[in-house]
Design a protein around this ligand. Structure first.
Ligand code: COA
Length: 174
């Protein structure tokens, strides 16, 4: 059974396992160092930090309220995470959009990326949004495919800051 839940203290050991999996896969940038320390040493504060982000409490300057979700199988395996930003600001319009997602390395290519976006779109609709912006690097073919399979319509492409990375932007009507 798959569910999209808000983060819970009860899955601390499972979350540590997920973090270790990213690290073993060489994907060190998924969590910044401050969060890593909290995840390992003070998980209840990490959960509270996510809850605060969702409620717009103690946000970093320029950040908007954002709700994190975990895609969980059978109430015990965390397959991936998504984040729903409650509204856009110019930086998110350029790159980031309303929703970001990731699937843990050993669970990829099984359709879960497509599922986590579909389930997060439901959450966005329930929150009252009527359409959402998704962005991805043009060369992130799996992510582009996920967005297209969720009825994303490509509306613009442009360079990321001073780099040669092209970002694709899609809108999805809810
Ligand atoms: C992008 C990511 C979420 C994909 O998750 P996933 O669970 O592997 O995705 P799915 O299994 O649902 O696959 C989606 C589609 O992409 C395709 N795909 C998967 N990997 C691919 C690859 N390396 N190249 C091209 N297409 C790929 C799949 O075949 C599938 O298309 P299909 O249904 O037409 O066959 C995952 O790789 C990830 O977490 N990456 C790191 C974080 C990230 O890039 N997030 C997105 C930021 S915009």
């Amino acid at each position: 059974m798959l569910e999209l839940i808000t983060p819970t203290y009860n899955l601390h050991l499972e979350f540590l396992d997920l973090v270790a999996e990213y690290q073993q896969a060489g994907e060190f940038r998924m969590f910044d160092q401050n969060n890593l320390t909290l995840i390992q040493e003070d998980f209840s504060t990490y959960i509270q930090y996510l809850e605060n982000n969702s409620q717009g409490i103690n946000l970093k300057p320029g950040f908007v309220p954002a709700t994190n979700f975990w895609l969980v199988m059978n109430s015990k395996i965390i397959l991936g995470e998504s984040q729903l930003r409650h509204w856009l600001v110019p930086t998110l319009e350029h790159r980031g959009g309303h929703i970001g997602y990731m699937i843990r390395p050993l669970q990829r290519s099984k359709g879960y990326g497509t599922t986590i976006l579909a389930m997060t779109l439901e959450k966005a609709k329930n929150m009252g949004l009527s359409r959402v912006l998704l962005t991805c690097d043009q060369d992130n073919l799996a992510s582009a495919r996920i967005i297209q399979k969720n009825q994303g319509k490509l509306t613009s492409e442009g360079l990321w800051e001073n780099s040669d990375k092209v970002i694709s932007r899609y809108w999805i009507d809810l």
